[in-house]
Design a protein around this ligand. Structure first.
Ligand SMILES: *[C@@H]1O[C@H](CO)[C@@H](O)[C@H](O)[C@H]1NC(C)=O
Ligand SMILES: *[C@@H]1O[C@H](CO)[C@@H](O)[C@H](O)[C@H]1NC(C)=O
Ligand SMILES: *[C@@H]1O[C@H](CO)[C@@H](O)[C@H](O)[C@H]1NC(C)=O
Ligand SMILES: *[C@@H]1O[C@H](CO)[C@@H](O)[C@H](O)[C@H]1NC(C)=O
Ligand SMILES: [Zn+2]
Length: 337
């Protein structure tokens, strides 16, 4: 925590009220080991049982099978799985071993987007602010800065992190941020079977619903790894695919790569964005992360620079695309929704 404290001395707005630290009201997830069949967590006073953390949930679970029965999957094309059909939790690569057809709409291989994929905001200067892979213990620091800057963001949460840090997730939601789906265990979705994709997303939607009380609609595939098969599945589940414009990858993942780069890489990338955005015909959606102290520290620096840049308008993804109902439940969200 200490190395990054000085940047908090720069305030975003005059007279910004300092919010009290969020409290983690719920007990953390039980430590799961390979032999444990499930994860038991107390959420809002109720004991909830989830699949093991950080691994693809079993699609043969009766709960998942019952859910699948309610889906119309007739539009899902029969296309090859990437990575030779071996589930892959690492950054997917596009080489012969992925065995993806050139025309199957891969984002990883061809940066193909479907007409209903969201990777930009329609209005020049509008920035869809997103943070992926949390909630983590560093997330509250980011939430405080967003409050100081009077900004709202979209958080693409990993189900395993959501049930590990339910109090932090509930706090993010209560502060008016948009909570969205980023799978249970962060796999490359195109490497999974149809039913495994559904199990990954089902449990993440459920975790968010259990913690926040609303059903999320927006979803981002880990690594942006989607194709026409995964798109058809997520459409059938009522989820909207959100990607990012490749130039607007913040490079914050390089801060935790081996060997790690310095914050400068993120700041330089941000400075590039400020040069590019006025020349574009649309706004943009970015890639940033709230999983690690290093990426959160960089995100805070970026926010404090960004609020001073004229012409930038930072909002959640649903807000920037003009959607006032980012959850299934009408009126389910407090504040502006
Ligand atoms: C499932 O979807 C297909 C294609 O959209 C449609 O033609 C069919 O009527 C649907 N089936 C059911 C049971 O709703
Ligand atoms: C090809 O992709 C596979 C699966 O992602 C990876 O394990 C392998 O190292 C890649 N090979 C090359 C030459 O990049
Ligand atoms: C910033 O833009 C310059 C010029 O386009 C490019 O050479 C450089 O690699 C970019 N830096 C980053 C960190 O994206
Ligand atoms: C920023 O974008 C949002 C969403 O598109 C819009 O409602 C708002 O009016 C914009 N604010 C400014 C200052 O342009
Ligand atoms: Zn991710």
């Amino acid at each position: 925590m200490a190395p990054y404290m000085p940047i908090l001395l720069i305030t975003c707005t005059v007279n910004a009220a300092k919010k009290p630290s969020p409290t983690v009201a719920n007990s953390p997830a039980s430590v799961s080991s390979a032999s444990e069949p499930s994860t038991t967590v107390t959420i809002n006073g109720k004991t909830m049982v989830y699949p093991p953390l950080d691994t693809t949930p079993d699609p043969n679970d009766p709960v998942v099978q019952e859910y699948i029965k309610g889906l119309n999957l007739s539009s899902v094309p029969n296309l090859p799985r990437s990575n030779g059909g071996v589930p892959n939790h690492l950054q997917p690569t596009c080489n012969s071993s992925t065995q993806l057809d050139p025309d199957q709409g891969s984002w990883t291989c061809q940066k193909h987007t479907a007409s209903d994929d969201i990777q930009e905001c329609p209005t020049v200067g509008n920035w869809g602010v997103t943070y992926d892979d949390g909630p983590s213990e560093s997330t509250p620091q980011l939430l405080d800065t967003l409050d100081e800057c009077n900004l709202k963001a979209t958080f693409f949460v990993v189900g395993s992190r959501a049930v590990s840090n339910p109090g932090i997730l509930a706090d993010a939601y209560k502060r008016g941020h948009n909570i969205a789906v980023h799978t249970w265990s962060h796999p490359a979705l195109t490497s999974l079977s149809n039913e495994q994709v559904i199990a990954e997303l089902y449990w993440t939607v459920k975790a968010i619903k259990d913690v926040c009380g609303v059903t999320p609609i927006y979803y981002r595939p880990p690594f942006g790894d989607t194709d026409n098969r995964v798109r058809a599945i997520t459409r059938a589940m009522g989820l909207k695919t959100v990607l990012w414009i490749p130039t607007f990858d913040s490079n914050d993942w390089k801060l935790v790569a081996t060997p790690p780069e310095k914050d400068d890489v993120v700041i330089n990338t941000f400075n590039n964005w400020t040069q590019i955005f006025p020349t574009m015909s649309t706004g943009f959606i970015v890639l940033q992360h709230d999983l690690y102290p290093q990426t959160v520290a960089a995100a805070i620096k970026v926010l404090k620079l960004a609020v001073k840049v004229k012409g930038l308008n930072m909002t959640t993804v649903p807000q920037c695309v003009g959607d006032t109902k980012p959850y299934l439940e009408v009126g389910g969200s407090p504040g502006q929704y």
